[in-house]
Design a protein around this ligand. Structure first.
Ligand code: EPU
Length: 421
């Protein structure tokens, strides 16, 4: 298995470009199922999760391709001829976002068989709200042999009030409602930029969706959608991770290809730590202070501080002056980076959903490993600051969600390399 070797110390400086957003690309690729013909997507990050989604679509009978050379950021999905509307366990167990094909399949083909995702490293993560939404649109849902089977002659518009705010749940039901007969109103929706981006794509395909990005989304179902060409928005979590990389190394970095409005909560927190954060139209410059101050953070749904940045901010707090209280409100088990940060000398105590981080003067390099994507990123960040060498193992987690992270950090002056197994 590949690992990353990072020697802490260098101050990061320079300019780095952010790739397309994983969590926008995944539902958008699934939405190709809603139309007959070839959809073309640009700025699609080359990530393990994107490959998995293309594989899910491929096993159903869609034509999928990633172009090469100067067009290596382009993915195509062609839906043509018979579709086998099933997402098998082997693929869903490697990526729970595969469940995003459920809504499009039942809406367009009247039938879907999708493996239940089960729990994962960061929490139980049920999909009851996805199912509640599809039922409200008239789908018949059965759970058999670990699979969700959904059928409907044609979905009909309905009202869905989500009990829990869910990103992929909102996306799944929104995609289904786009082809339902009549009007749907989705209440208590996730307001993440990726939900808004999916609605933008669906509307380009001919859907009639209003209100995405707010908590109430209204959808007038249409008879058919057409394929689309679209460039995926930048990844705000990758951008935030690179911003923390600048902060934790005492650096000065210009992060480009970003939408600063998507990062407001992260910008405010970094400013509280003493960083100078200067957003421009499509870039953000982060200049670290001489001494970082501790800040308290509570993760919440967008526009609050994102759970996907919690581990990275915690890495930063391990070396800030003072004590930080970090509350994780979205996932019940998202502190697996803590024991690994301990191995690097961090002082962190967990009480339920809260971590109390007392800043230490120095971290020391160590072999570490992580069990999820953002936890891996936090260990790389800690390694950039630690004295000596850190070896981050199991980086297939990192490869699920960061495109060439080590190359990007090396471009900023980090002493970091990937060692092939
Ligand atoms: N939940 C339910 N029932 C449901 C759905 C969700 O109880 O039917 C609960 C979850 O267990 C969790 C909370 O609601 O406690 C929020 O989960 P949500 O459904 O919003 O998460 P998700 O859609 O599965 C997406 C991202 C995650 C990100 C979360 C929260 C994608 C593909 N994934 O997951 O991204 O952490 O939203 O913002 O969009 C990552 O990129 O590292 C990642 C984990």
């Amino acid at each position: 298995m590949d690992k990353i070797i990072v020697k802490g110390g260098p101050r990061l400086e320079g300019e780095v470009a952010v790739s397309g957003a994983k969590n926008a690309a995944l539902p958008i690729l699934a939405s190709a199922l809603l139309a007959d013909g070839k959809s073309v997507y640009r700025n699609v990050p080359d990530l393990a999760d994107v490959k998995t989604m293309l594989k899910v679509l491929g096993t159903m009978g869609c034509g999928t391709a990633r172009l090469t050379g100067e067009q290596a950021d382009v993915c195509e999905v062609e839906v043509h001829g018979p579709i086998h509307p099933e997402a098998p366990y082997d693929l869903v167990k490697t990526m729970r976002a595969s469940v995003l094909v459920l809504g499009p399949l039942v809406a367009r083909f009247g039938r879907a068989r999708v493996s239940m995702p089960g729990g994962c490293a960061i929490g139980a993560r049920p999909i009851d709200q996805h199912l509640k939404g599809l039922k409200a649109l008239g789908a018949d849902i059965h759970l058999t042999e670990g699979y969700v089977e959904a059928t409907a002659k044609r979905l009909t518009g309905g009202t869905v009030n989500f009990d829990v705010i869910t990103v992929t749940g909102t996306e799944n039901v929104m995609m289904a409602a786009a082809l339902a007969r009549g009007r749907s109103v989705l209440e208590n929706c996730a307001r993440e930029p990726e939900v808004e981006e999916l609605a933008r794509v669906l509307n380009k395909m001919g859907a009639r969706i209003e209100g995405a990005g707010t908590s109430v989304i209204t959808i007038e179902g249409v008879e058919a959608l057409k394929p689309v060409e679209h460039a995926i928005l930048p990844d705000r979590i990758e951008a935030g991770t690179l911003m923390v990389a600048a902060a934790i190394t005492g650096g000065d970095v210009l992060v480009t290809h970003v939408v600063p409005e998507h990062l407001e909560a992260v910008i405010l927190k970094l400013r509280e730590t003493g960083c100078t954060v200067s957003p421009e139209a499509r870039s953000i410059r982060v200049k670290a202070p001489r001494v970082l101050h501790s800040v308290d953070v509570k993760t919440t749904e967008h526009p609050g501080f994102p759970t996907d940045m919690q581990a990275q901010l915690m890495a930063l707090m391990t070396v800030a002056e003072g004590t930080a209280v970090i509350s994780e409100r979205i996932f019940e088990n998202r502190f697996m980076h803590v024991p690994e940060l301990h191995r690097m000398g961090a002082d962190i105590t967990i009480e339920g959903h809260t971590a109390v981080v007392k800043g230490v003067r120095t971290l020391s390099g160590a072999p570490v490993m992580a069990t999820d994507l953002r936890a891996s990123a936090s260990l790389v960040l800690a390694g950039l600051r630690a004295e000596g060498k850190s070896e981050v193992q199991r980086i297939y987690h990192l490869d699920r969600g960061y495109e060439r992270l080590e190359q990007k950090l090396r471009g900023l002056g980090a002493d970091i390399q990937r060692v092939k197994a």
